[in-house]
Design a protein around this ligand. Structure first.
Ligand code: SAM
Length: 293
């Protein structure tokens, strides 16, 4: 790895821009919405039993698109219940987008939103220092575990915050996805630092097994149209390459041999050619962890 390559997360604006493009070109949110529609009602069927208020914690909630869909399902399951929805999110831009989305959405009167502009680790430290651990009925970490320093410790900490009957939902790339194959081969040559860890559902399930936690996994088939990545100089393609490699300005900063090999693999090994367009396997896993209480 050359020293000029740096993690995409070191440039928050570019990260958010490339993430937005990824969402536009993939079925990432569609597959989550299908999961929320079909499976979530059953998963949350007992999280609010006997409670006057339901406490939901979103870790890395981003711009809130998925969070609001989850909240709609909780509202439908527990009509009239009061909901506290807290969001841990280190990006100011994402929090602003989230707030704008909430302002534009109707039927949120029974929900109190609180945003914490911090990382999950900062939240953990703040809670521990305060000596007053708030407990939660439902905690979700959707596509964010790549960005914590110690995944196992993070899962453990948030799992201890679950009330009896509560659930922790983790969504991340599946071990069967092209992400997993890409990262396994190229991770060591990309700017892997403490800003981004290349993990998949296989790694998380191993951690849960070691910790002896009870969970159930669901496959969420999804793809990403990466055709633009194969047109040299295409701005969208370059942003998508940044997102795929978690590298800021990958096209300009990667050594030529790495770029050539990786782009060829993206085209020939990690995607499917359908009618002249290239679809990267973006299958996700949803892992639902039970409270131990
Ligand atoms: C890929 S986005 C996912 C956003 C949202 N959950 C979704 O699926 O649309 C990852 C989010 O995690 C946030 N994030 C990054 N590092 C974090 C950390 N250490 N703790 C909490 N959130 C983090 C990012 O700012 C970003 O909004």
């Amino acid at each position: 790895m050359t020293s000029s390559m740096r993690s995409l997360l070191s440039d928050h604006s570019r990260y958010v821009e490339s993430f937005r493009l990824f969402l536009e070109n993939s079925t990432e949110h569609q597959c989550m919405l299908e999961f929320i529609e079909k499976k979530l009602p059953g998963i949350i069927s007992s999280i609010g039993n006997g409670k006057s208020a339901i406490n939901i914690l979103s870790v890395g909630g981003g711009a809130g698109e998925i969070d609001l869909q989850i909240l709609a399902k909780v509202q439908a399951k527990y009509p009239g219940a009061f909901i506290h929805n807290d969001v841990i999110e280190p990006s100011v831009e994402q929090i602003t987008n989230y707030k704008e989305r909430v302002a534009k959405t109707s039927n949120l009167e029974n929900i109190k939103f609180t945003w914490h502009k911090e990382t999950s680790l900062e939240y953990e430290s703040r809670m521990k220092a305060s000596g007053n651990m708030k407990m939660w009925s439902f905690i979700h970490m959707i596509q964010m575990l790549y960005y914590v320093k110690d995944i196992s410790a993070t899962i453990h900490f948030f799992h201890t915050l679950l009330e009896p009957g509560a659930k922790l939902l983790i969504i991340l790339v599946s071990g069967t996805s092209s992400w997993s194959r890409l990262w396994k081969k190229y991770g060591p040559r990309l700017p892997l630092n403490d800003l981004c860890l290349y993990v998949s559902s296989t790694d998380v399930e191993e951690m849960l097994n070691v910790a002896g936690l009870k969970y159930q996994s669901y496959d969420l088939p999804s793809n990403m149209d990466i055709t633009d990545c194969f047109t040299e100089g295409n701005e969208k393609g370059e942003l998508m390459l940044d997102f795929l490699t978690e590298t800021c300005h990958f096209s300009q900063t990667a050594p030529l041999d790495l770029k050539k090999e990786l782009v060829e693999d993206l085209k020939n090994l990690y995607s499917e050619n359908i009618g002249g367009r290239y679809f990267f396997n973006n299958t996700l896993s949803a892992i639902v962890v039970e409270s131990s209480k």
